[in-house]
Design a protein around this ligand. Structure first.
Ligand code: FCB
Length: 462
C-alpha cells in the first residue's frame, strides 16, 4: 500500500556543492592558491594523488550545470564561494574576475527561478592566510569578516540565503586534529583556538551582514537571510554501561555541543572544557567574544549522513571513544545506512533553537555502475534518499520548522581526502570526458520535486 507524504508548499528542494569540489580552474582568472590546492599538490595526502585542479570543471561548465538543475526542477542551489578567487592573497586586493564568476552563476540561477544559497567558507582558505597562521591566528577571523562584508556589498541582495561556515567541526578536528583535511595539521592543543576563531569569524560576518542593511531585490522577494551550516550526526552509546554513555556524550560534545552551545547559549559546554583542559586544550576567549558568536541569525543548516555508535576507549586522547561498526547495510564511505539521522539531528538542533532549519546536505556514496547505453540505475541511492526524506517528513509532522532539503550532491565530485573515488552525485561525472549523465536518482528527485511529495512505499529494495 502506498501513501503520499506531502511537503509544505514552498519547501525548498535543492542540491549542494562546494567550490573546491567542483570548480577546477584552480589558478585561472587571478585566483590565488588555497590550502586545498597546496594540500592536494603535496604527495601522499589524497587517494590516487587526485587534485581539484580540474575537478568537474564547473567553472567553465556552470551554464550546463544550471540547465540540469532547472530540468530537475530545483528550487534552490547551495554552492560555496572560493575565498581565494575573491581575495587571492587573503588581503585587501579583490580580484574582479573571481567575483564576476559568481555574479554570472547567480544570474543564471535567477534566470531559472533557482534561489541561490551561498556558503562563504567551505574549507578553502587562501594559502597566504595559512602562511600567517590560518585559523590558529585570531586575525583570520577579522580577514573573514572583511571578505564577507565585501561579498555582501557586491552580491548581498542577489542571494536570499547566506551561509557563513560549512561544518566548523571538520575544519577544527580534521584540519588541525587528525590532519586528514587541509591544512593537514596535527596540533590537538590548538583545537579549541581554531574552533573559537571560526565561531568568532561567523559572528563578525553576521554583524557585517546586519551592518550592510540588505533589502529584498524585488518587492515580492524575501529579504536576504544569514545562517550557519553545522555537521550534526546522531550519536548512540554502544551499550548502557556508564563508560560508554560518557564516551558517547564526549563525541556528541566534540561534534555538536562545542558549536551549538556557543552559538545559542553564549558558552562552551563545561564538561568538554574540563575534559579537554586535562589535555592542555583550551580556547583563547577575549572579553565580548561569546556575545559576538551568539549574534542572532536567521536559520540553521544541518548536514547529516549517518550515526556514530560510541564506546569508551582511553587510547583516544581527544574524546576517549571509539566507534563500533554496526551490522547492516553501509554506503561506499563505510557509513551505516541510518536514515533516522535526519530526524535525530533535527531534534538535536531544536533543543537549542526554534529557528527555521534546513537539511543542507544529505546523501550517499555508492559504486555506480554505468550499464550498456549509459544507464545508471543507482537503486541504493534512491532507497537511501527515499528513507531519509521520509524522516524529514516525520520531523515536519512532529512540529520541526524544516524549510528545505538539499541533496549532496548535484554531481560526483572531488570528495576531499578520498579524491574522486567516492561518488555522491545525482549526476554521474565521467572524469575523462567531464560529461555528466543523469543517474536514476536524478530522475527520481525530479519527480519528487514536481509532486512536492514522496510516494511512501515502505522500505525499498536495495
Ligand atoms: C560533508 C561535506 C561535503 C561532502 C560531504 C560528503 O561533510 O560538507 O563537502 O564532502 O560531507
Amino acid at each position: 500500500m502506498s501513501k503520499q507524504l506531502d511537503f509544505p508548499s514552498g519547501f525548498l528542494w535543492g542540491v549542494a556543492t562546494a567550490a573546491y569540489q567542483i570548480e577546477g580552474a584552480w589558478d585561472e582568472d587571478g585566483k590565488g592558491e588555497s590550502i586545498w590546492d597546496r594540500f592536494c599538490h603535496t604527495p601522499g595526502r589524497i587517494a590516487n594523488g587526485d587534485t581539484g585542479d580540474v575537478a568537474c570543471d564547473h567553472y567553465h561548465r556552470y551554464t550546463e550545470d544550471v540547465q540540469a538543475m532547472a530540468e530537475m526542477g530545483l528550487k534552490s542551489y547551495r554552492f560555496s564561494i572560493s575565498w581565494p578567487r575573491i581575495f587571492p592573497t587573503g588581503g585587501k586586493q579583490p580580484n574582479q574576475r573571481g567575483l564576476d564568476f559568481y555574479r554570472r552563476l547567480i544570474a543564471a540561477l535567477h534566470e531559472h527561478g533557482i534561489k541561490p544559497m551561498a556558503t562563504l567558507y567551505h574549507w578553502d582558505l587562501p594559502q597566504a592566510l595559512q602562511d600567517r597562521g590560518g585559523w590558529v591566528n585570531r586575525d583570520t577571523a577579522l580577514r573573514f569578516a572583511e571578505y564577507a562584508a565585501y561579498m555582501f556589498a557586491r552580491l548581498g541582495a542577489d542571494v536570499p540565503f547566506w551561509v557563513t561556515h560549512n561544518e566548523p567541526f571538520i575544519t577544527t578536528f580534521y584540519g588541525h586534529g587528525n590532519g586528514i583535511n587541509a591544512p593537514g595539521l596535527r596540533q590537538p592543543w590548538q583545537l579549541l583556538t581554531v574552533g573559537h576563531n571560526l565561531l568568532l569569524s561567523h559572528g563578525l560576518a553576521v554583524q557585517a551582514f546586519r551592518a550592510a542593511g540588505l533589502h529584498a531585490a524585488t518587492p515580492d522577494a524575501a529579504a536576504p537571510s544569514i545562517g550557519i551550516v553545522l555537521m550534526v550526526w546522531s550519536h548512540h552509546p554502544a551499550s548502557d554501561h556508564p563508560r560508554d554513555i560518557a564516551a558517547n556524550r564526549r563525541v556528541d560534545g566534540a561534534m555538536n555541543r562545542l558549536f551549538l552551545e556557543p552559538l545559542f547559549r553564549k558558552s562552551y559546554p563545561e564538561d568538554m572544557l574540563r575534559h579537554l583542559a586535562r589535555r592542555q586544550i583550551r580556547p583563547r576567549v577575549a572579553p565580548g567574544d561569546m556575545e559576538i558568536i551568539a549574534q542572532p541569525i536567521d536559520f540553521v543548516g544541518v548536514n547529516t549522513y549517518t550515526r556514530l555508535v560510541n564506546a569508551a576507549n582511553w587510547r583516544d586522547l581527544l574524546t576517549g571513544a571509539r566507534q563500533v561498526a554496526q551490522p547492516g547495510p553501509k554506503t561506499a564511505m563505510d557509513w551505516e545506512v541510518y536514515p533516522e539521522c535526519i530526524y535525530e539531528a533535527l531534534q538535536k538542533v531544536r533543543q537549542y533553537t526554534k529557528l527555521p532549519l534546513y537539511i543542507n546536505e544529505n546523501g550517499a556514496a555508492y559504486e555506480d555502475i554505468v550499464a550498456a547505453g549509459g544507464r545508471i540505475d543507482d537503486a541504493e541511492r534512491v532507497a537511501y534518499l527515499h528513507e531519509c526524506i521520509t524522516q524529514a517528513h516525520r520531523a515536519i509532522q512532529d512540529g520541526i520548522d524544516l524549510r528545505g532539503y538539499f541533496a549532496w550532491s548535484l554531481m560526483d565530485n572531488f570528495e576531499w581526502s578520498h579524491g574522486f573515488s567516492k561518488r555522491f552525485g545525482l549526476l554521474y561525472t565521467d572524469y575523462a570526458t567531464l560529461e555528466r549523465t543523469w543517474k536514476r536518482s536524478a530522475y527520481w528527485y525530479r519527480d519528487l520535486i514536481a509532486r512536492n511529495a514522496l510516494i511512501d512505499v515502505g522500505k525499498l529494495e536495495r
